[in-house]
Design a protein around this ligand. Sequence first.
Ligand code: IGP
Length: 283
Amino acid sequence: MDDPDELAPAVRSILSAARERADAGSGESVSVASRDLSAAFERAETDGRVPVIAEVKPTSPTTDGARDDDPVALAEGMVAGGAAALSVLTEPEHFGGSVDTLERVRDAVDVPVLRKDFVVDEGQLDAVESDVVLLIARFVGDDLPDLLAAARDRGFQVLVEVHDRGELERALDAGATTVGVNNRDLAELVVDLETFESVAPGVPDDVALIAESGIGSPADVRRMRAAGADALLVGSAIMDGDVEANTRELVRAEADGDGAAEGGAVADEEDVSDTRDTTETPT
Ligand SMILES: O=P(O)(O)OC[C@@H](O)[C@@H](O)c1c[nH]c2ccccc12
């Protein structure tokens, strides 16, 4: 297990709250018929959409204020904007999430839904059904292989989150088939897109690779795709303003440029979509 002193205070507090919730588990094991995440990415690619997992994230330790619109309406807007899948925070104390929100969102859409939480104990897996669950390599330590197996036994697909090459090795050794590289350092909560660029080359081709956090503009999308991202996980930049329009802008980040190049009418890629202010992406 990670040395707690190296983590940002907010993250330490999130983890201790997660351990308390784990103790309060009901004991009943869930059994999920999950919607296939890789198939959803392929459908998006076939349609010319960048595969984006849009995150319903009412607030976070690094966001000012909270968004209290109906999460189901937000989720539907994200799907209308072309999101291949959704992510729903279920952490209640620091992210304004709930398992009830995830259930309602999953009932309302037909794309795969990732449960975003700090699962550190098998009992937490039974709190709610989702298509995919997140396991954060740094927080589960040596329990990763067991938790991965426990999640798969219940029918979940598993996204294993890493932040450096060492964690990536542990994820691959444990048999992860979907890996997310978090650009946000959970020790300091700062975002650096170079994190993905430095870890991605170590990921084998047959592993689905997701770039997570800090993606705020179509240029960031293209940067992560150029570095090997099969899909992107985006929260704040989509939650800030019109979620449908924000999602659409990121999903189309490649279509505009490619269309121009394929049509042959424009010699250089024309970057008309890059008008968002990238400096304001909250970390
Ligand atoms: O809002 P952003 O910067 O687009 O980030 C989304 C997502 O990657 C981030 O919420 C996240 C990544 N890993 C996590 C683990 C727990 C909680 C949250 C996260």
